[in-house]
Design a binder for this molecule. Sequence first.
Ligand code: FMN
Length: 358
Amino acid sequence: MIPDFPTNRPVLALAPMQDITDRAFMSVVSQLGGPDYYVTEYFRVHRDSHLEKHILAAVTGNATGRPLFAQMIGMDIPEMVRTARQLLEYPVAGIDLNLGCPAPVVCRKDAGGGLLRLPDHTDRLIGTLRDTIEGKFTVKTRIGYHSPEEFPALLEIFRKHGIDALTIHGRTVTERYQSAVHTDCVKAAVGALDCPVIANGNVVNAASGAEYIRRTGAAGLMIGRGGIRNPWIFDQLRAAFTGCPAPQPTHRHLRSYILALHAGLEAVGRPPTPERIIHRLKKFLVFIAQGLDPEFDYKIRRVRTKDQLVECCDHHLDHDTRLPDLPPENSKLFCGFNDLLPHSQKSDRRPHSNGTAR
Ligand SMILES: Cc1cc2nc3c(=O)[nH]c(=O)nc-3n(C[C@H](O)[C@H](O)[C@H](O)COP(=O)(O)O)c2cc1C
């Protein structure tokens, strides 16, 4: 087990997300309860790569009080070894390998999810990294490139090299972000591996997280988009697992969260200008606004200054109405989670067939 992981309930992690999980976001989330551990955005690794400064700043300035794993993406074995060694000189809890990114530009280079098409190379890469990394070495994978039928062979690679934890985004690379998750594959991994298996994909509220654990027996949950929309989800899950009272966030809490995010981006000075900070904040706001008053969604996408942001939040969010527990299932950014909900929460609406998450 990883040190500091709780033993009385499933462990909770914030999923790594490019342009989202930086120092500012992690700090804000940690102040609202936060997960048990974090993973950085991926460090790109190739022949000319160096450790990207803004991602490194999340490591050196980690103010969450919780472990932070550094994630790498790449396929060149000597360069991955070089980068792992460099990262281990910083205060990281361990190194995480990305085997899931579906972006065509990444997969074309046989990195991220593209590695799942090359099991022999992936086997050598994981074996070499395992031999190099004295501390914790974890892997975040999908269940195959084209088909879940590829998963058993991948599991054998993970088992053979004794990785310290496996996070499974329960979709194939070609399923991207839209489908239901294959909980049977996560369950198979729990049975096959000695290390903790962390279930990922489509956890949008406490009920869907509890159901993912119930169906798979996973040691924990990793949450991405659901944690941007609802950063209280980690405390809500803790409450669901331990029986203590759950936070019940209101629109007014959401207003404070948005303004804290803005202040956090300002404080770390990235991006460097007020206009670009608002632009960057919108990457969060598209997730946050899902399922709220459509007028708020419309207006918040058009704010250009901090004053307009505050005015829009004051106008739409300064009241004590509870936030909806679920995002709309047929939205572009959240689809496929219906399958993880108990019957009482399921909706009949079908996801958009062309929905995209990024
Ligand atoms: C905007 C965005 C950026 C992402 N960047 C990364 C990344 O850098 N590394 C990674 O392993 N996964 C990345 N992912 C995938 C998430 O970590 C996660 O596996 C996926 O979103 C499914 O979990 P969720 O349904 O809880 O969001 C990203 C996802 C999104 C939406």
